[in-house]
Design a protein around this ligand. Structure first.
Ligand SMILES: O=P(O)(O)OC[C@@]1(O)O[C@H](CO)[C@@H](O)[C@@H]1O
Length: 399
């Protein structure tokens, strides 16, 4: 990520900034929570102590010799960052590497009996099993009486605001889950989004998921609706290859969410059964890719993903981190055109995101001034505002 004077890459080295607080406070809190949630042995405790020291006071260290993804991390910039403070390398890079090292500390990569044990699973499960999830699912019954367009809109907004369900965010934003969201979107290209997914279309929707539980459930409901109404003939759901940013969805989380839906009463159960059938006949596919946990912007995506997005009717990327990677993790002037930052993307792309970090593009000058007048800069990170932005054009000539 080379720096440009126009939009500097975000680092975590400015005390008082949001990125700094994530490195200095959120990461240690995550280590504490994971440590408390499992009966780990002395080797894991020692590795967690070492990680805590390294990420707060030490430097980025290389991966152990023989790490299965060692070459991949070298290609992703590890050699250039090793030996430097975690605060002085791009923030996106530090965060991704933190989750990679945390999984290693608890034995996720094996070999051994802790291989594949998700350290965030208790938190994700608790959310999926919460009574709030029952209430959200019960609300689907009333939706069935509405005309299709209204149902589609409600489910799109359910998926969008589901992005507030981010467990990592709640760790460092006290009371964030209870704060009322601001209803008006700071940018709303939903008409363009619907024009790309007309009823009786024959397209492929790709949805790049973000969080499990109370975000993934409404994502799945949206997919179920689009398939049932013929707005998409096929859907591909991309999830993370390993646990990441606390609540990011993996295939195991998709299975949990589908079980939860299928066994729910009323309309939710019907959606669940329809999704189950769509998995069986191939209209809904779950995929993953190592690049989803890469510390890089999407402009650096590999050719196989590029080809998949080029062939899709629409790719929807969910959440704050995906937004940062889509537009580049930079301090853009907020009125920078969204399409300017996504011109490299190989097909039509939409971002559904609640605002939980400093990165923002595509605001009108009037919207930016109104937000600043009301909240200073808090609107960028508070998780109470949301946007739907669409670039329908696909890769532009000369990019
Ligand atoms: O991608 P999500 O789940 O919407 O949000 C991820 C997040 O909580 O984590 C990052 C900071 O650690 C920020 O991008 C954001 O605050």
């Amino acid at each position: 990520m080379p720096d440009t004077p126009f939009a500097p890459v975000i680092l975590g080295n400015e005390p008082g900034s949001f990125p700094h607080s994530v490195l200095a406070e959120r990461h240690p809190a995550i280590i504490r929570q994971v440590r408390d949630a499992f009966p780990y042995g002395p080797g894991q405790h020692e590795a967690l102590d070492e990680l805590l020291h390294s990420c707060t006071e030490g430097t980025v260290e290389p991966l152990p010799a023989g790490a299965p993804d060692g070459d991949r991390w070298l290609a992703w910039g590890l050699a250039g960052h090793a030996g430097r403070s975690w605060y002085d390398v791009p923030w996106l890079w530090s965060e991704s590497y933190f989750y990679r090292r945390l999984l290693e500390a608890v034995g996720w990569f094996g070999p051994g009996s802790w291989q594949g044990i998700d350290p965030f699973r208790p938190f994700k499960r608790a959310e999926l099993d919460a009574s709030e999830t029952d209430e959200e699912l019960a609300a689907l019954d009333a939706l069935q009486k509405l005309p299709e367009e209204e149902r589609a809109r409600a489910l799109l907004h359910g998926s969008l605001w589901g992005n507030r369900a981010d467990l990592g965010f709640r760790l460092s934003a006290e009371g964030a889950g209870d704060r009322e969201p601001a209803p008006a979107l700071v940018a709303d290209d939903s008409e363009t989004l619907w024009s790309l997914l007309p009823p009786a279309g024959n397209g492929t929707l790709v949805l790049v998921a973000d969080n499990a539980g109370r975000e993934l459930v409404p994502d799945l409901l949206l997919i179920a609706h689009l398939l049932a109404e013929g707005r998409a003939a096929r859907a591909v759901l991309h999830v993370k290859p390993y646990p990441y940013y606390v609540s990011d969805a993996t295939t195991a989380d998709v299975v949990d969410a589908l079980h939860r839906l299928r066994t729910a009463p009323g309309a939710a159960g019907a959606y669940g059964r329809a999704l189950w059938a769509a998995m069986a006949d191939g209209r809904l596919t779950v995929r993953t890719h190592p690049f989803w946990c890469a510390p890089l912007p999407y402009s650096a995506m590999p050719d196989d993903l590029r080809a998949e997005f080029a062939a899709a009717t629409l790719t929807v990327v969910k959440g704050d981190l995906n937004y940062r990677r889509l537009v580049g993790d930079r301090l853009w002037p907020p009125t920078t055109a969204f399409r300017r930052t996504t011109a490299y993307f190989p097909g039509p792309v939409a971002a559904l995101r609640t605002l939980k970090s400093d990165v923002i593009t595509g605001l009108s000058a009037a919207t930016e001034s109104a937000l600043v007048a009301a909240e200073g800069q808090r609107w960028r990170t508070g998780g109470t505002h949301a946007l739907i932005q669409v670039d329908p054009s696909g890769e532009q000539q000369g990019q």
